[in-house]
Design a protein around this ligand. Structure first.
Ligand code: HEM
Length: 238
């Protein structure tokens, strides 16, 4: 008897909390905030990964030692925490993007849809909807290429430097990476711009600052990553 008296308010509170959560995630603002927060997590990863990738210019020992260090952090546990966080961020990001896209298609007025859409959107924002799926395909290819070695003709476990040089020596593999980094640059540019707006920098007086930051991050990441396959193809890194 006693337990049922206690469980009613606890159950009611939990149901109320679940209701709030559903209402929050069901709203457009809620989904945009989920996209922004998961976007921050992924941008931080991409910047960190880019800095790590640049170790290729310091030579085989540096890059391999760095990769080994990352794998050993927290007795080998930290990498799994980061992988789990990234996976959750990717899933929630795609989920929210799909829901927002389907919602905006459903609300779109029929008739003058073409002109209206092209006037209101920038080139970078139009690329968001096809950029996301391209980047997802790239990440799947990339993991099968450099992490598991499944799609790498000459993969040596633990020798990251060798894997990068051998991988990018094939011109079409480099071309896939360069194309993906250009798509990533556009995605980062518009993503960072929207993310900063959603997270509070929305006043018009911040527009220049937002645009500057977005262009800076997008350009640096794309240029640094593209430099690596180019350096291998031109023999600067071998
Ligand atoms: C030219 C650009 C890039 C190069 C040279 C590169 C290189 C590498 C290499 C060598 C690995 C394997 C590291 C290891 O086994 O220790 C790796 C893993 C990974 N890369 Fe990249 N990468 C590039 C771009 C990207 C981009 C743009 C993304 C995401 C958008 C990305 C996401 C990942 C992820 C998620 C992993 C797996 C990390 C893990 O859990 O072990 N990479 N990358």
């Amino acid at each position: 008897m006693e337990s049922s008296v206690i469980s009613v308010p606890v159950g009611a509170a939990a149901a109320k909390r679940a209701g709030y959560l559903r209402a929050y995630y069901g709203s457009t603002v809620g989904k945009k905030q989920v996209m922004a927060v998961t976007g921050v997590i992924m941008v931080l990863f991409v910047i960190g990964h880019m800095i790590g990738n640049l170790q290729v210019y310091l030579g085989a020992e540096s890059l391999n030692h760095y990769a080994e260090l990352l794998r050993a952090l927290g007795h080998g546990g930290l990498i799994w925490v980061v992988r789990g966080l990234l996976l959750a961020a990717v899933v929630l990001h795609i989920w929210s993007a799909t829901a927002l896209t389907l919602g905006s298609w459903a609300a779109r007025p029929i008739g003058y849809r073409h002109r209206q859409r092209w006037i209101e959107s920038t080139y970078a924002s139009r690329t968001m909807r096809w950029g996301g799926p391209i980047l997802l395909l790239f990440i799947i290819y990339h993991l099968l290429h450099f992490t598991t070695g499944t799609l790498h003709g000459d993969f040596v476990t633990g020798d990251v430097y060798h894997n990068v040089v051998a991988g990018f020596s094939i011109w079409w593999v480099s071309a896939i990476y360069i194309f993906a980094q250009l798509v990533l640059g556009l995605h980062l540019y518009h993503g960072a711009w929207s993310m900063l707006q959603t997270l509070g920098l929305s006043h018009a007086s911040y527009d220049r600052l937002r645009a500057g930051l977005a262009i800076f991050v997008a350009f640096v990441v794309a240029a640094a990553n593209i430099s690596i396959p180019l350096a291998v193809l031109t023999g600067v890194v071998s």
